[in-house]
Design a protein around this ligand. Structure first.
Ligand code: ENP
Length: 266
């Protein structure tokens, strides 16, 4: 019926398991939470309702039950870099992007929707945003993004993809529409943007150019102190794990003199 994938099988077990893993192992600092109660609030946002009439506010109780603080200097916003961000943040050990919060443990990599006059999930198909924007998944990420942005403080990091077709900074997207407008300026010291190109990929956007320039100007107009770094070395190192001999990764190989010394001392 709908164009999108249906609800992820075993959704309830996955998210309740993720929730307890999060509060007990990943981030016990969030304190005591009732994962079953959070699941009920999550489900009640969209179950037994028209799947095209789910609003961000329908998740309010869910958000109130699952929200926790984001440590200062740990917020990491991004566009078009989901898997890279997931590896780099390392389950909130290095940074805490939205996908490493308890709220997002109910949605990351998952799909879900219900149907009107039916208390079950629709496992066959779910509406995509192009079919109706007030769908269960879209509204979930909208309120999750707003909540996350409001809580972020200190140095704010933004990881963009300089090889993304359509620009590193989509001028319409979660970051532009729901996160940027909800940052709390008085709690933010500066914003650091990283523009990461694909290894061997096209360098379509960079600091000071194209859509990144649009973002930089928007942030300046908003009064933020900003830094922009092309191919930030720490993240590049992670990308280079899969391409150790690629010329884009040669900045990490030993200097020729060192290599010669190793060979001659054998
Ligand atoms: P995409 O299109 O690159 O990747 C979407 C994938 O990332 C989906 O599998 C989605 O899970 C998951 N995801 C994790 N966090 C978010 C999220 N936060 N979000 C939407 N999807 C998310 O990402 P987008 O759509 O551009 O979103 C990036 C935004 O996430 C940025 O604003 C970043 O700062 C923010 P699922 O369950 O839908 O499959 C907000 C919206 O954190």
């Amino acid at each position: 019926k709908w164009k999108g994938e249906g609800t992820t099988p075993n959704l309830e077990s996955i998210v309740i398991g993720r929730c307890y893993e999060y509060i007990r192992l990943v981030n016990p600092n969030v304190g005591e939470k009732n994962c079953t109660e959070i699941w009920e609030a999550f489900k009640n946002a969209f179950i037994n309702k028209d799947p095209c009439n789910i609003l961000p506010s329908d998740y309010e109780l869910f958000i109130n039950l699952s929200v926790h603080t984001i440590p200062p200097n740990k917020a990491l916003f991004w566009e078009n870099n989901h898997l890279l961000v997931t590896s780099y943040s390392d389950k909130s050990r290095r940074y805490m992007p939205l996908c490493d919060t308890l709220i997002a443990s109910f949605g990351d990599f998952l799909n879900w929707c219900g149907q009107a006059n039916d208390t079950g999930f629709d496992y066959d198909s779910c509406p995509m945003t192009e079919e109706c924007e007030n769908n269960a998944v879209e509204s979930f990420w909208r309120i999750a993004s707003i909540t996350y942005a409001k809580q972020s403080s200190g140095v704010i990091y933004v990881m963009l993809n300089g090889s993304a077709i359509g620009g590193a900074y989509p001028v319409k997207g979660f970051f532009a529409d729901y996160e940027l407008p909800n940052l709390q300026k008085d709690r933010i010291s500066r914003i650091e943007i990283w523009v990461m190109d694909d290894i061997g990929g096209p360098d379509l956007d960079s600091c000071g150019k194209g859509s990144v320039q649009i973002l930089e100007e928007r942030l300046k107009t908003m009064g933020y102190d900003i830094t922009c770094i092309d191919n930030y070395k720490s993240v590049l190192l992670l990308k280079c794990l899969d391409y150790p001999y690629h010329s884009d990764c040669s900045i990490f190989s030993s200097a020729p003199s060192t290599q010669r010394r190793l060979v001659s001392s054998e």
